[in-house]
Design a protein around this ligand. Structure first.
Ligand code: GLN
Length: 453
């Protein structure tokens, strides 16, 4: 049914870069026979899933939305893909994204725009617009996204889906094409909070192949979602982050946010205001740390090891000139912009002033979170300042594009988990409600998210 739906609507949506129909049907048939032979299978066995194209999949093309990886077929699976396959979830295909996960609208994909199923003239968010559009457009019941600065949660908000960025280290990064290694996390994109909990429990947990993976079990997320669904939040303290609402947020977004606070109050939660004074610098710190790490991570795309190789149009064919020609032709403008920013921030004489200062701000943001979580069990805010904007609206203005992430970026800088749940509509377009929890307390978000549903 989902393959039929993809055939029907993906010509318009362009959520998928590659559809793996044969593999999906083979997995589904395998699940049927495992079941017939009496094998006990997990709750998601046979439920199809779409995977963001920044996650490597053995035998399925993986481009990260870039021309530089066009035609590359990975020889191995990411850990989370191994777990998905072992649990019998058919992989429907790979979803569109901003090139190397750099963007907030999926307009930076080298393979065309993904459309928002709510309004085909509008962006589906980014960088994981393909995964969010696939779920919102009923092409897939589940999807995998990655979130370095909001790329699961902001697309979730603007497409009316649930998106979760787990605690840093909660889901293995082995087999994720790295953007910024100290910020990247993979997580679920779903239609309900319970679905997200089931998928998160499946992909999460320790992996010795990722040195930053947390070596302890993840909390009981499905149980927390079920507890939240009873609608009882008595005893829970919900902190409204003063710096993440109000000015700069669209009127409809603020209105829906206030209504959800009322709903939480009605379920017995206590609402308190908290201040995180350094959050106003989060975007600035992020746009130094992320490009610095990305410039280093992207150095491996050199025309020698993977995908595209371009020889210089004229002159000698030296290794350096092949690298320059390949990177010049293979990377899009946004990727080049960030590689230049990152190498600049890391260069001798500037390192302390830019990268060093940004890391100090990061520590201050972590301290803000620690102080806020002493006053509240979870923190909340709108997920994104606006609903889905139109194609082209922010494409020529990188700063306007970057501002989409003001509310989502602090969580990545501190490594804490964040969730976006649908929060009604404003002028017919979905709004997102963000819930943040302390590191390793992802279960709290599931409780609150399910209560709001
Ligand atoms: N929009 C943010 C950026 O462009 C977030 C990206 C992400 O989370 N992958 O960097």
């Amino acid at each position: 049914a989902h393959l039929d739906r993809i055939a029907e609507v993906d010509g318009d949506l362009n959520a998928f870069l590659h559809v793996s129909a044969d593999e999906a049907l083979t997995t589904a048939a395998g699940v049927d026979s495992r079941r017939a032979s009496g094998e006990e299978l997990g709750p998601l066995a046979g439920v199809p899933i779409a995977v963001k194209d920044v996650v490597v999949t053995q035998g399925l093309p993986t481009t990260a939305g870039s021309k530089i990886l066009e035609g590359w077929v990975p020889p191995y699976d990411a850990t989370l893909v191994e777990r998905i396959k072992a649990a019998g979830l058919p992989i429907l295909g790979k979803t569109n994204m901003d090139e190397f996960a750099m963007g907030s609208s999926t307009e930076h994909s080298a393979y065309g725009n993904t459309k928002n199923p709510w309004d085909l003239e509008r962006i589906p968010g980014g960088s994981g617009g393909g995964s969010a559009a696939a779920v919102a457009g009923l092409e897939a019941p589940l999807a995998i996204g990655t979130d370095t600065g909001g790329s699961i949660r902001q697309p979730g908000a603007v497409t009316g889906t649930v998106g979760v960025k787990p605690t840093y280290g909660g889901v293995s990064r082995y087999g994720l094409i790295a953007m910024a290694s100290s910020l990247d996390q993979a997580g679920p994109v779903t239609r309900t909070v319970l679905d997200a909990a089931l998928l998160h429990e499946l992909i999460g947990g320790h992996d010795p192949r990722d040195s930053t993976s947390i070596a302890e079990p993840i909390p009981a997320l499905v149980a927390a979602a079920r507890q939240g669904a009873t609608g009882d939040l008595r005893g829970l303290r919900v902190g409204v982050v003063k710096e993440l609402s109000g000015e700069g947020y669209q009127e409809g977004v603020s209105a829906r946010f206030t209504e959800s606070l009322d709903a939480l109050r009605a379920l017995g939660a206590e609402i308190v205001e908290v201040s995180c004074p350094h959050f106003v610098y989060a975007l600035d710190a992020y746009y130094l740390i992320m490009p610095a790490e990305a410039s280093s991570n992207l150095a491996k795309f050199d025309g020698m090891r993977f995908g595209l190789r371009v020889e210089p149009a004229e002159g000698p064919v030296t290794a350096e000139r092949v690298m320059a020609a390949t990177r010049g032709a293979g990377f899009g403008d946004e990727v080049k912009r960030r590689v230049i920013l990152g190498t600049y921030a890391l260069s001798a004489g500037y390192y302390d002033a830019y990268y060093g200062s940004a890391q100090k701000v990061r520590t201050l943001i972590q301290r803000d979170f620690a102080a806020a979580f002493a006053q509240a069990d979870v923190l909340v805010s709108p997920t994104a300042p606006t609903t889905a904007f139109k194609f082209g609206e922010k494409l020529d203005d990188p700063l306007a594009m970057y501002l989409n992430d003001v509310a989502t970026i602090p969580a990545n800088l501190a490594g804490v988990p964040g969730m976006s749940v649908p929060n009604g509509l404003s002028d017919g377009l979905p709004v997102g409600f963000q819930i943040l929890a302390p590191a390793k307390a992802d279960d709290r978000m599931y409780r609150v998210g399910a209560a709001l549903e």
